[in-house]
Design a protein around this ligand. Structure first.
Ligand code: KIV
Ligand code: ZN
Length: 515
């Protein structure tokens, strides 16, 4: 064994499947196992064959399919469990039986109803038995962290003598604190006389949110196998997240003086496959694989990342299989990040004035909407920035409407410095607003068509209204759009935009005529 190699033991399909309400069928397990092999995990715990026919079949199928990693079948320290585990895992190129028994006083007394002597003897006998049929055996002292250390040392010495190649020290109930757990592992290294004949493995649960911290504290103190699950799934609050353990060791390689053999570029894909198969969404703020793990919103951060990604990124997105960092354009973004984002959207070579104008409209929108999407920005660019001059502008509008009243609207429009206020009633607030705007513009208009669509999703999506307008006595149809989180306002803006187009066309036409 290379002393600085940390073996990654994936238990996504065993402890991970013990996540409440998660069920993986054989097809899911084969897909996950193949991806784990591609990611180069050292060990795959494929299931607990005695637990059910489905578990048995899945372990057997994985053992037959996946060749490179060690394939593990779990068993209690009971002969019939071990036989069943072997029956399933024997087809693997590298099979392993993982047998466990609890060693803490509380488990021995209430769950097992066995004395410590009986537990120690059972552990030794069952490891011996497992080793007589399988070339590789792992022993777990369940609830190790609440076990009397002297008793644990004795059990570990006994099982190593009996042939255990790996001894696992689970923090079954997620009780330990990193410093404490690190010392616990060191104590095992220093007090179990034959410990150099086995690999120390750790298996931490996340009940206090410390599974990853405990696992890596153990690595720092001599553990060389970490049991973990993709996306941190597992019994109750879950297991140590594989991707976090691996990236902590990789990112802080100098600190740990250790390495894993994981192909980290496969992490994001593996995470997605597991999320899909388990039906468990990955929270946006999840370390390494969450949607926000490489996303920057604050202006200062965006500026920094654009200048040199290391200012705010301790690992590259590419190193975990994510294409690139994202600059999330939102309320906290600065002009710099916004201008960069405009370039990505294809708005190149904009003048500073245009960028400023677009940025200010974008900022207005972030005050109204939680998430401003690229579509929203495109709508601003296409319909507000690159539009005809605003001869008529909508200063304000007001409407009242309801199912038992006549809808009325009052609008104020500014034209050549003059403020024109008009009111009208109509068939609904949009019709009333249109009539009021028509009056204020002094034009006689005909609404040929009206479309409304939602841009983006959620209840704060933007309503985009498109109108087709004709001026009375003129055949030409003018299309115009307006947008707002309020659909009546979007409609009013669309009509004012149409009026501006009509006016612009009339001016151009009169200029040509004047020439
Ligand atoms: O949490 C635990 O103790 C376990 C053992 C079976 C290793 O999952
Ligand atoms: Zn567990």
């Amino acid at each position: 064994m290379k002393n600085n190699k940390v073996y990654i033991f994936d238990t996504t399909m065993r402890d991970g499947e013990q996540t409440p309400r998660v069920n993986l069928n054989i097809k899911d397990k084969i897909e996950i196992a193949k991806q784990l092999e591609k990611m180069n995990v050292d060990v795959i715990e494929a299931g607990f064959p005695i637990a059910s026919e489905g578990d048995f079949e899945a372990v057997r199928a994985v053992a037959k399919t996946v060749k490179k990693p060690v394939i593990v079948a779990l068993s209690r320290a009971v002969k019939k469990d071990i036989d069943r585990a072997w029956e399933a895992v024997q087809y693997a190129v590298k099979p392993r039986i993982h047998t466990f028994i609890a060693t803490s006083d509380i488990h021995m007394k209430y769950k097992l109803k066995m004395t410590p002597e009986e537990v120690c003897k059972r552990a030794i006998d069952m490891v011996k038995y497992a080793k007589s049929i399988c070339p590789s055996v792992e022993f777990s002292a369940e609830d190790s962290t609440r076990t009397n250390p002297e008793f644990l040392y004795k059990v570990l010495e006994g099982v190593i003598d009996a042939g255990a190649d790996i001894v696992n020290i689970p923090d079954t109930v997620g009780y330990d604190i990193p410093e404490e757990y690190g010392k616990f592992i060191r104590g095992i290294k220093e007090n179990v006389p034959n410990i150099d004949k086995a690999i120390i493995s750790v298996h931490c649960h996340d009940d206090l949110g410390m599974a990853v911290a405990n696992s890596i504290a153990a690595v720092k103190n001599g553990a060389r196998q970490v049991e973990c699950a993709v996306n941190g799934i597992g019994e109750r609050a879950g297991n140590a997240a594989l991707e976090e353990v691996v990236m902590a060791i990789k990112t802080r390689e100098v600190y740990f003086g250790c390495k894993t053999d994981i192909i980290t570029e496969e992490i994001a894909k593996t995470s997605k496959i597991v999320s899909h198969a388990t039906g468990m969404n990955i929270p946006n703020n999840k370390a390494i694989v969450g949607a926000n793990a490489f996303a920057h919103e604050a202006g200062i951060h965006q500026h920094g990342v654009l200048a040199c990604s290391e200012t705010y990124e301790i690992m590259t997105p590419e190193s975990v299989g994510i294409k690139k960092s994202t600059l999330v354009i939102g309320k906290h973004s600065g002009r710099h990040g916004f201008a960069e984002h405009l370039k990505e959207l294809g708005y190149d070579n904009l003048s500073d004035d245009k960028i400023n104008e677009a940025f200010s409209k974008f900022k207005d929108l972030t005050g109204k909407k939680k998430i401003v999407s690229d579509e929203d920005i495109e709508t601003i660019m296409n319909h507000e920035i690159f539009q005809v001059p605003e001869a008529y502008s909508l200063d304000y509008f007001q409407f009242s409407s309801g199912n038992t009243m006549i809808s009325t609207a009052t609008v104020e429009i500014e034209f050549k410095g003059e403020k024109i206020r008009k009111a009208a009633y109509g068939d609904g607030p949009v019709d009333a607003s249109f009539k009021a705007i028509e009056k204020a513009s002094g034009m006689h208009l005909k609404l040929k068509d009206y479309f409304i669509k939602s841009i983006g999703s959620g209840k704060d999506a933007i309503g985009e209204v498109t109108v087709q307008i004709q001026k009375e006595g003129d055949n030409k149809v003018f299309n115009a759009r307006g947008m707002s989180t309020d659909v009546v306002e979007a409609s009013a803006r669309a009509l004012v935009n149409a009026i501006n187009r009509i006016y612009d066309e009339a001016i151009k036409y009169s200029k040509v005529a004047d020439n």
